[in-house]
Write a protein that binds this ligand. Structure first.
Ligand code: TYM
Length: 329
């Protein structure tokens, strides 16, 4: 049985990008694979969260994972920092990761541009830590959104390089796990780019109906088509991309026709889109608070996840240490 692993950084609440890019796919395959799903709290330290917010974010994401349908009976759900084997592997993989290839990563270049005053080494080696998450369990499949595919490619590079350097096939090469249509990029409501935690353009699983409706009604549009069957500008395509994720095919077809014959009314489209987003997110939202406040349950979930993750990563690290040449006296 293949091992599947994925994770999400612990900053703020989960948004539709996290849900459709990674979480939903994971929830769907829990019966078919050996599953690990974790909260990347170490990764979130690149932005130096306040210690109080740091823990609260982990707890928030944990509650949202469980509310979205991750099942602790089926999947090992754990906190990255609870598994020291990951950090050990990170040290070892850093020795075979080259600064040049890390500097060329799109996400690194983006962060440097956005935050020139905080270009820390953790940001540069972010993909090495991510590779450590994956390779620690020798996972074959990693459900992620399109934005993480370059990181996944690096994990394959490090896996191959390690195997070649030490002459042993310890690590399989991890591949994305996606459903029809390939890896998704969920757009933001601001007309450009992807939905992201720091972009202020997202709909969150924790948003209530009023907030969702308000956000969607304010989404950027244009002045409308002037000729039948004209190509759609990106801002409108984005709304259709969201619609394809949450609405029935017949709804998408209806509004596509309206676009094509120039009778589309963006207000109607947005109202429908907001209602269909709510259909997906509100049942999840309903469960979040009760789970968040059940400390005994959360601590049980985390303890069991930690145990399973450490057992799996520990087995990998024994092989890795041996391959590298560590010996006890
Ligand atoms: P993060 O926390 O930015 O996002 C978590 C997951 O959500 C997906 N995602 C999206 N997918 C489509 N459209 C979007 N707008 C969108 N925004 C986010 C991401 O692709 C990701 O799958 N480095 C990772 C966390 C991580 C990880 C790992 C993932 C750490 N170690 C090991 C997999 C395996 C990250 O920052 O994702």
């Amino acid at each position: 049985m293949d091992t599947v692993l994925s994770g999400i950084r612990s900053t703020g609440h989960l948004h539709l990008g996290n849900y459709f890019g990674a979480l939903r796919n994971f929830v769907r395959i829990q019966d078919e694979y050996k599953c690990f799903f974790f909260i990347a709290d170490l990764h979130s330290l690149t932005t130096h969260p306040h210690p109080d917010d740091f823990h609260a974010s982990v707890k928030t994401i944990l509650a949202e994972y469980l509310a979205a349908g991750l099942d602790p009976e089926k999947s090992a759900i754990y906190i990255q920092s609870d598994v020291p084997e990951i950090s050990e592997l990170y040290v070892l993989l850093n020795m075979i990761a080259y600064v040049g290839e890390l500097e060329r990563t799109v996400t690194f270049k983006e962060k440097v541009r956005q935050n020139p005053n905080n270009v820390n080494a953790g940001l540069l080696t972010y993909p090495v830590l991510m590779a450590s998450d994956i390779l620690a369990h020798r996972a074959q499949r990693v459900p992620v959104g399109k934005d993480q595919e370059q990181h996944l490619e690096l994990a394959r590079v490090f896996a191959r390089r390690f195997n070649n350097m030490y002459g042993e096939e310890i690590f399989p090469e991890p591949r994305n796990l996606v459903f029809q249509g390939g890896a998704v990029k969920v757009p933001g409501l601001d007309g450009s780019g992807k939905m992201g935690k720091s972009n202020g353009n997202g709909v969150y699983l924790y948003d209530d109906e009023k907030t969702i409706t308000k956000k969607v009604m304010k989404a950027v549009t244009d002045s409308g088509p002037t000729e039948p069957n004209s190509p759609m500008p990106e801002v409108i395509q984005n709304l259709f991309t969201l619609m394809k994720l949450v609405s029935d095919q017949s709804t998408v077809d209806y509004f596509t026709e309206k676009w094509n014959d120039c009778s589309i009314r963006y207000g109607d489209l947005k109202k429908q889109l907001a209602a269909d987003i709510c259909k997906v997110t509100l049942p999840i939202k309903e469960k979040i608070d009760a789970i968040y406040n059940d400390d005994a349950y959360l601590s049980k979930v985390v303890a069991s996840g930690r145990e399973r993750a450490r057992e799996s990563a520990g087995a990998t690290l024994s092989l890795v240490r041996k391959a590298v040449g560590f010996k006890s006296f």
